[in-house]
Design a binder for this molecule. Structure first.
Ligand SMILES: [Zn+2]
Length: 168
């Protein structure tokens, strides 16, 4: 199955993805594009991202086994939801930090099933803070340790940051 077909199938069949996509104003299949050659067109070596104009881009040349398409799609849909529903400016460091924490959490990237498959024993909050620190410290050229501390702190109140996504 091509990446395009896989994305279309997930949007039609996956209950969690359908529910989230429905909540995003103006969302359609055209909100997601697959790029075959991200490394050479300026996007770089990331597997997927959401552009400022709200276009979700999947990079066919950067797919990795530990980040399945479903996980990536939920992650990017959370960013789009935060942009369109919550009106967060993801160029702002604190909004991006919060949105990344929500995206890594809701996509189940750090849940035990997925963590075990990557043979790590870290807890979910540690995994999420590490992943968020990777993204945010890279974008804003800031110290990863301060981002980790910030995420672990906001994550102590997980229910507060996740309730709108979990209680549709
Ligand atoms: Zn992200």
């Amino acid at each position: 199955m091509t990446l395009d077909d896989e994305i279309s199938k997930l949007l039609q069949t996956d209950a969690k993805i359908k529910k989230l996509a429905m909540k995003i104003p103006k969302f359609s299949r055209d909100s997601i594009a697959v790029c075959q050659d991200c490394k050479n067109n300026g996007i770089g070596s990331i597997p997927a991202c959401t552009l400022e104009n709200g276009l979700i881009v999947f990079c066919a040349d950067n797919q990795v086994p530990w980040a399945p398409t479903r996980t990536l799609l939920i992650h990017e849909l959370v960013h789009l939801y935060d942009m369109r529903v919550k009106n967060w400016d993801l160029d702002d460091q604190s909004f991006l930090t919060l949105s990344e924490a929500r995206a890594y959490d809701f996509s189940e990237y750090c849940d035990s099933k997925n963590r075990l498959s990557r043979v790590t024993l870290e807890t979910k909050p540690k995994c999420i803070s590490r992943m968020v620190a990777n993204s945010v410290s890279h974008i804003f050229k800031i110290d990863a340790f301060s981002v980790r501390a910030e995420v672990e702190n906001i994550y102590k109140n997980r229910e507060k940051i996740m309730s709108d996504l979990e209680n549709f």
